[in-house]
Design a protein around this ligand. Sequence first.
Ligand code: G3H
Length: 487
Amino acid sequence: GELVQWTGEMTTVNAAIYEEDSKGNSMPRVLGSIPKMQESDALIALGAAEKSYDNGRGEWPLMTIEQRVEKVHAFTKEMIQQREEVVKWMLWEIGKSYDESCMEFDRTIDYIKDTIEEIEKLDAQQSIMETHGGITAQIKRSPLGVVLCMAPYNFPLNEAFCLLIPALLTGNTTIFKPARFGVLLFEPLLKLFQKHFPKGVVNFIYGDGETLATPIMKSGKVDVLALIGNSTSANALQGLHPKQNRLRLVLGLEAKNPAIILPDADLELSVKECVLGSLGFNGQRCTALKIVFVHESLVSKFNAEFVKQVNALKIGMPWEEGVRITPLPEPHKPNYLRELVSDALSKGAEVLNSEGQSDSENLVSPKVLYPVNESMRVFHEEQFGPIVPIVPFKDVQEPLQYISESNYGQQVSLFSSNATSLAPLIDVLVNQVSRVNINSKCQRGPDVFPFVGRKDSAVSTLSVTDALKSFSVRTMVALKESQENNN
Ligand code: G3H
């Protein structure tokens, strides 16, 4: 809620796009710089969030839902005007194509509007009194306190707002750390946060996540850790909080979602969905299909069509029309992906689409690996990049075994022309993962549906409706009948 004049050290922000420097070396383009905050700065942000919450006595938590909605609404109205600016930064910082960056922006605005509608419904419900056993009660949803929000780089805007908006609308105050990539895109929005929210309600921190989040968590003054990212960071941060029982977690973590192509699957449909599902935004989606099990009776046809469609994907810069595979923002990623590929090749897999594919710098062409088996790293690790492992199977128990042994439990995609025959399989799967997609890729949206995960994939639920519950607690005001009569 207050823009602080920064006089400390700055960190350079690089683009996901390389260009030649004056000596002819290919280097990431420098986009700008951001404050490199230290522990003490993080504690200042925490202090501001705490002060504005003031144990529930602050201006923001005491506002009515209607008043908070008014603020968020006014903010959003002005945010819409910043669309091109935000999209431009997103495209350069994380290499997301122009069209997909626009989609992320628009989806975020829809998410905010839908969440406003949902909290208005909740507000209306709150005025309904319930009477049981001589007690009349008003059941409410109240804020939890100070929320530390940390967003990932792959949906740097959308997933930030999926945490911030429900946290704010329910009356919490926040400290927000953007992802390592996808930071400058908040620049056009900072003044709007300052203009529309009271001081201390939204506090941005920039710098190394561990340096900044460690003192905040150790203080014990954070009521909710809301993080979309990896479980190593989430577990480490959670462990620092001195009062575990007072900390609520809202976590969206890793996944290794499988597709299972059953013998009677529609080949065309399954290939189309699996290409989209595994290679959308270069496979950098937590919901991406990260392993594809294909019944042996179909596998050669499936592979041929899959390779054909993968080879047709346009590889290039994010501003090019129709581009599908773009540069990867994480500097270590190309090497990591190369390691996964060579490990699989050394253990008997092939890259099915090797012809005509060339990689440069961080522009990594998709690699379709076949046949993949459990001895290979890519069978187990979340590649989060444009590599598609294909595993042939004889019996559906093989992919089911994979899912039951996995540490992850986000989603699965089942492909079959006889959807009604899938009932027994679905019954088993919904006890293992949180969403079973029939004849379609895995995905988070539409955002009104609960977005959740089992095992190590998530804690708590996001979505237009559920996130409002994740960031609040049910409270009630109870009036005993006799008192009511006396009055
Ligand atoms: O990275 C995880 C995102 O929540 C994926 O969202 O399925 O809508 O692409 P999406």
